[in-house]
Design a binder for this molecule. Sequence first.
Ligand code: ADP
Length: 231
Amino acid sequence: MKNKQFAVIGLGQFGEAIAKSLSKKGAEVMAVDVNQEKVDYISSYVSYAVTLNATDKKALTMQNIQDFDAIVIAIGEEFEQLLLCAVNLIELKAKRIIARAKGDANKLILEKLGIKEIFQPESEVAALVAERLIYPGIVSYLKLPDGFSVSEIKPPKSIHGRTIEDIRLRDKYSINLITIKRGFTELKDEEVKTESHLTGVPHSSTVIEEHDNMLVFGRDTDIEKFIEINS
Ligand code: ADP
């Protein structure tokens, strides 16, 4: 399969992190900023780094920006710059635009402009930290529409050592167990290492162990209730 090509515009903290993560995963990344120093710094981490002003449509065209599989606009502080860049990309018929919004007002304006993929790093991280503090049993989650999520949770105390049949996750708590993440001790390069692996599709006789992580699907409120009741 051909490597995906991504452009990241705005190399502040988030843009830089996104560009590096994409590169690490083997994607071809063009990193863009108006600030030469930021471009010089990122150049050793990405396939291509270029200094340009993203409000300059001609400059974007010269980089064939419309041919990239996706473009992330990670400009945070200067919303006007972000907006002008977004308008340019729309006019150039960019295939996929993912834009950062600092607050709800910015998000609304971007939506009105027709941008479908908007990320809000500040509020998304804030929500995750708050969730972790209130429900320490939730390791991570993928929020889905309508109040549902796929969550990775630590099994609450009262279910350790019990089978799925006995816990009755579906009937009692309206939660589906997708799989279990379990630590396995292996001998690797003459060293004893513990690595986590998925145990596949769970059966009714599968026993939940104390140090497992459970991957579950359900309503957020049902997952939280399940943890609370059994902790
Ligand atoms: P963060 O909160 O992620 O650090 P910032 O808003 O501080 O984000 O940084 C955004 C980056 O976007 C800066 O490096 C800035 O130079 C860059 N930037 C701002 N306007 C433009 C533009 N018109 N074209 C290209 N890069 C821009």
